[in-house]
Design a protein around this ligand. Sequence first.
Ligand SMILES: Nc1nc2c(c(=O)[nH]1)N[C@H]1C(S)=C(S)[C@@H](COP(=O)(O)O)O[C@H]1N2
Ligand SMILES: [Mo]
Length: 455
Amino acid sequence: MAKAERSLAELYGDDPERADALAFGRRTDASRRGFLGGAGLAAMGAAVGGAIPFSATMPSGLIPAAMAQGAPAPAGAPAAPAAAAPKGPQLLDFPGKAKGLVVLGDRPLVAETPEHMLDDDTTPTEKFYIRNNGQTPEGFKEGDAWEFSIDGEVNNPLKLTLGELKKKYANKTYRMVLECGGNGRSAFQPQARGNQWTNGGAGCAEWTGAPLAEVLKSAGLKPSAVHTGNYGADQHLSGDPSKDVLSRGVPIKAALERHALLVWAMNGEPLSNIHGGPLRLVIPGFPASVSHKWLKRIAIRDKVHDGQGMGGTSYSVAIKPMVPGGKTDESNMRTLTSMPVRGIITNPANGTRLPAGTRKLALRGAAWDGHDGVSRVDVSLDFGATWKQAKAAKPRNAYDWRRWTAELELPSDGYFEIWVRATDSKGRAQPHVAGGWNPQGYGANPMHRVAVLVG
Ligand SMILES: Nc1nc2c(c(=O)[nH]1)N[C@H]1C(S)=C(S)[C@@H](COP(=O)(O)O)O[C@H]1N2
Ligand SMILES: [Mo]
């Protein structure tokens, strides 16, 4: 038995399906799932580091949060041998950035914010995720002399400096979520192509800038204007100046929405180089790839923009469900234009150990979505058998996230999982597992879970 217990912890890092079958019993009769009992319960308890008070409702097929990818080794669990232990995350070491951001790629630089570091009401710049597709441009230090242009389907093409932009147009500040289109991607099975974000490709900062609508109005949109095409100063990784790193855009209607800003300040400070300073777009609700950094030019198009990162499978989800991992039919893809609802637990952190006898658990978190607004947030302590509604603060403005709190009673010591599920104003709630598989892995928003060990 001791051998089986040890192998369960190893197996979850290695072959979760076999681990699950071992703990829950093999499925001999398709109509009856196994449940945790006897040897399986003992082995699971040993693997997660404590007794499981809600074992009766623990579903098979779900990897325990304590064992899931990226989770810290559960306190009290038998140590896995070095060969079986998952590799620890690579932590970011970057000027102006907090310790603890996790590097997903270093060329181009991509780093995410673990959920427990998104515990501030407003995400501090030092904790804000980074997503580059190319090389960070040099020579951005022009500051207010930075020039950008608006051309294409307009009556008066504009060439403006940042200094002129600040003076000639309204200055607005909104707290808004910026979220990478691939956020949540690591939840897809089989693995989808791209950076394996957990939930940390998102943050909510105060953005200051001029309304894009006002600038477009002064350029005079022609009736033929249907889409923006955004261009920046960053260079392709190959160094080839004829290649665009990224050139996405949005329908004119979204560009005219009053929260779409030409941004020069983040959290009250001049926009830093890594976040696109001195000038970037922030067009909320969409995948953040339309929020162009180091903005140089907006071309107003008479058709849907066809720049780098538009069309094909880029930032696209399947219209009709496709076979996970199967062949792609590009005519069955549509561009993702609104991020799905997502809730996260920001306190406690996954893997937190609390003293024996702790009976109250104060939870904090955040919830947001693309355009429809979060209507409610619920938490569960018993693997989703029962739910309790969290108290969610009002957003300051559209596209702000909702901070939420909840308090749960713990019936005893042991291993618990806290689950959070956010629901948007259209009644769409987060699923248990990532659905809608697509080749580049957009739109995964399964519920966030954290493991807590009491005693
Ligand atoms: N010029 C430029 N703008 C860009 C990108 C880029 O690579 N180049 N990445 C986009 C993507 S995919 C995301 S998720 C956000 C990330 O913004 P951040 O690094 O400030 O968090 O910027 C977007 N804007
Ligand atoms: Mo992104």
